[in-house]
Design a protein around this ligand. Structure first.
Ligand code: 4HQ
Length: 259
């Protein structure tokens, strides 16, 4: 069984471990856990507070809004994980971090063990970041109530890149062309829904024609919605030809009115 690689471990440091039970145990990630490809453990930061009331937050020095997560419980929790595995890579989820993308996800998927620290309130004491965090990651320019949902996004994006997590014939990263572009449109039955039918080429059985149509649609969509991605993409000769075709088709035809 043990097909090559060792299982990737995720340790989540949170004040709300219950948030992770269902979302990570359904569907593909649930199967990945069952198959032993990933291991997800939640660690309650409160369990590392030593005082009688297990206090994990306090008011900010200098005054101001809200509460700040204290350094000691987080320090003790991370040190506990590090005592089990010194090679662990620690991540703090914050809008101040590097924006998560496919390249970062790919790099993280080559690590064997991640710690994901989820902040609440006004975030963590700055010394946590200085002393215990290897990398700060943001999942986007918006404000969440805590890092928990962001941690789930990271785990999801990273896990699906591990060998065996997606079905055998679907290694999402294999298709080099479509990787850097938006997806082409997909259809399934019925052929006609309320007068809206499926593009004929997809029923033709002509696989090279289908492949060409999909490339062109992916290029169209990317040009329309995410030209920034197109600028970064490595386009083949054929891709460039398709792109010129798209531009030609979208421009008003000036050759006909003698202007
Ligand atoms: N938060 N990407 C504030 C985020 C966030 C994001 C997590 C809210 C940290 C203290 N995390 N807490 N966006 O908005 O990662």
């Amino acid at each position: 069984m043990g097909c090559g690689r060792k299982r990737m471990k995720f340790d989540i440091l949170t004040l709300f471990p219950q948030m992770f039970s269902s979302p990570l145990q359904e569907s593909i990630l649930g199967k990945a856990i069952e198959k032993g490809l990933i291991q997800i453990r939640t660690i309650n930061i409160r369990d590392f507070a030593l005082d009688k009331h297990r206090v994990v937050d306090d008011t900010p020095y200098g005054g101001g809004q809200g509460m700040v997560m204290k350094v000691e419980p987080i320090a003790r929790a991370i040190e506990w994980v590090k005592s089990q595995d010194p090679s662990v890579w620690t991540i703090y989820l914050t809008p101040q971090g590097r924006g998560l993308n496919q390249e970062i996800s790919r790099k993280l998927s080559s690590r064997s063990h991640l710690v994901l620290l989820c902040g609440r309130y006004e975030g963590v004491d700055e010394r946590v970041r200085e002393l215990f965090i290897d990398e700060e990651i943001s999942i986007g320019d918006y404000v969440l109530t805590g890092g928990e949902l962001a941690a789930m996004v990271v785990i999801d994006a990273v896990s699906r890149l591990l060998p065996g997590v997606l079905g055998s014939d679907r290694s999402a990263e294999e298709d080099s062309f479509f990787n850097s572009l938006l997806e082409y449109p997909q259809y399934t039955r019925p052929f006609n829904f309320r007068g809206n039918s499926v593009p004929e080429v997809l029923l033709s059985g002509n696989h090279s024609a289908i492949s060409l149509w999909r490339k062109k649609e992916a290029l169209k969509r990317t040009l329309d919605r995410r030209p920034d991605l197109l600028a970064k993409a490595n386009l083949s000769r054929e891709d460039q030809r398709l792109l010129e075709e798209i531009l030609r088709e979208s421009r008003p035809d000036k050759s006909r009115d003698g202007a």
